[in-house]
Design a protein around this ligand. Structure first.
Ligand SMILES: [Zn+2]
Ligand SMILES: [Zn+2]
Length: 131
């Protein structure tokens, strides 16, 4: 597992190299360096986006009658409760798109795109890229 501090310092180094290449480096050395950085950056982004993919899911809006759940209805098992909720016209099941990764780590249960994808997309589409 790479150290997050190492990642931060690698990114800082890349940023510096791209912004102010060494005056000692030749034109082709600078270009090779920039290409190396770009390839790694693209690979890193792809690795992140591979985790954050949309997945179809269902949100349940449980009605008042079933909202109390299993705890208060001791005679009802979890399976029985689920069957009742499925059959209940007041309990609404709504299809939704969630992030397959963020759902796992409980950041964003019921939204797509997730904050990670929004952050990446916003940065990539902002234009410029040298701030
Ligand atoms: Zn219900
Ligand atoms: Zn996500």
């Amino acid at each position: 597992m790479p150290d997050p501090d190492d990642v931060a310092s690698t990114l800082a180094e890349w940023r510096q190299n791209l912004g102010r290449p060494s005056i000692l480096a030749t034109q082709s050395e600078r270009r090779a360096d920039a290409e190396r950085i770009a390839r790694k950056a693209v690979a890193a982004l792809e690795a992140v986006l591979k985790l954050h993919t949309p997945r179809q899911s269902v949100v349940r809006h449980i009605c008042k009658r079933h909202g109390a759940g299993i705890g208060t209805t001791r005679t009802m098992t979890a399976a029985e409760w689920r069957d009742e909720v499925d059959a209940c016209p007041d309990c609404i099941k709504q299809p939704t798109t969630i992030c397959a990764h963020c759902e796992n780590i409980r950041i964003c249960d019921d939204e797509w795109p997730c904050p990670t994808c929004v952050a990446i997309t916003t940065t990539l589409t902002r234009g410029g890229g040298d701030d």
